[in-house]
Design a protein around this ligand. Structure first.
Ligand code: F0G
Length: 376
């Protein structure tokens, strides 16, 4: 197992503290000896319950290293029949990452990155964040007994997320600038001070945990869907999904790949750190990148809640909005099977909803009056 540069293919030790290639500065990824994984896997590996650590053979953590875990993964995949018929599609599934311990998909990567941080002897972990990564870092850092510093754009982070970081004891620093600026700062900080370990998704170990989402989707469906639609911020998740799929393909566990739709929207990141990996994923999967408006996202979020009872956060609803659009313009056809990744829970960011859905009706406690206003 090595860290490999995606540009110049230089190899580095997985026990080195390195976020970029020290030769050409490009992104790194973990490369495995797949034959070794295949030999270790055994025939009944699919029998145990879903979780990130179920796939430990595909993760870059040596045996015997104590894991920093809150029991992440094993999130539900909902076959959304009512939303399917509303959209006129046969088979639509929602992978609800809000089921994770801090209520977003970030926990999958964080359990691996924080475990690695401890293995490498780090005492302080840091990230830049629009909210979810900081919440996850704070929780896993607390669990692992590490100091935690998060940088956020001032005034831009929803309270649901910020409160998670605060209560878990992260030192929250907010700067007058956007996410990209925050990332520049933490990258500089961690390159200057070796004891501060960076767990943004340019950290290749984060990607390793996050790829387990597609392992689970495959196991839950029993096959590979035609399409997977995923929102993109820093492009870590879409890169992870593609990496996981290709590892399963190379091992012969799956025999085809889905097409990926990546949604550059809503997360408000100007320069996605993992854009090269994401472009490769979109291109190689014969997929596409698209955008949707805030209004379309809100409509998607409300439809999913009203028809399926799933409350997901706005960024997570972008795939629902995109699906509607791609069905309408014929890119996706109604007989194709689609999985939309719902990346985070709706309670992370409820403010927007209270502005747009019907407000509670003021009534007296008189039963007859209540009877008059009840909608049946
Ligand atoms: N969905 C949600 C709910 C997110 O919070 C993010 C990223 C993404 C999708 C995009 O994932 O970065 O891997 O492409 N949130 C980051 C954060 C930026 O700081 O919480 P990505």
């Amino acid at each position: 197992m090595d860290l490999k540069c995606i540009n110049c293919s230089s190899l580095f030790d997985t026990d080195s503290i390195l976020y970029n290639c020290s030769k050409c500065n490009d992104l790194l990824e973990v490369e495995y000896d797949l034959d070794k994984i295949s030999n270790n896997l055994g025939s009944n590996w699919r029998d145990s319950p879903l979780s990130v650590w179920k796939y430990q053979d595909f993760l870059p953590i040596p045996d015997g290293v104590e894991r920093v875990t809150l029991r992440e993964g094993g999130t539900r995949l909902h076959n959304s029949k009512k939303l399917s018929s509303f959209f006129g599609i046969d088979n639509l599934h929602i992978k609800n990452e809000g089921d994770n311990p801090t209520a977003s998909f970030k926990d999958r990567g964080m359990t691996v990155a924080v475990t690695k941080a401890k293995q490498l002897g780090a005492k302080i972990i840091t990230c830049a964040s629009t909210g979810n990564t900081s919440a996850s870092l704070a929780a896993y850092g607390a669990r692992g007994g590490l100091k935690r510093i998060v940088l956020i754009p001032s005034g831009k982070v929803a309270y649901g997320k910020l409160s998670q970081a605060m209560i878990c004891g992260a030192h929250v620093l907010q700067i007058d600038g956007n996410f990209d600026k925050c990332l520049d700062v933490v990258m500089e900080l961690s390159s200057k001070y070796e004891d501060i370990y960076l767990v943004n998704s340019i950290n290749p170990f984060r990607i390793e945990g996050q790829k387990t989402i597609v392992f689970e989707i495959f196991e839950q469906l029993g096959h590979v869907p035609d399409w997977i639609i995923v929102p993109v911020g820093n492009a870590g998740n879409v890169s992870a999904i593609w990496k996981g799929l290709n590892e399963f393909l190379q091992l012969g566990i799956i025999d085809k790949l889905p097409r990926l739709v990546a949604l550059a929207t809503a997360i408000r990141i100007g320069a996605p750190a993992s854009w090269k990996k994401a472009l490769r994923a979109i291109y190689d999967s014969n997929g596409l990148a698209t955008t949707v408006s805030d209004k379309e996202i809100l409509e998607g979020q409300i439809s999913l809640a009203k028809l399926e009872g799933l409350f997901i956060e706005p960024a997570s609803a972008a795939p629902i909005a995109a699906l509607k659009k791609l069905l309408r313009n014929g890119t996706i056809s109604s007989d194709e099977e689609v999985v939309c990744i719902a990346t985070g829970h709706g309670l992370k960011d409820p403010d927007i909803i209270t502005k747009f859905v019907e407000k509670p009706t003021e009534v007296s406690s008189n039963i007859d009056e209540i009877q008059k206003v009840i909608k049946k």
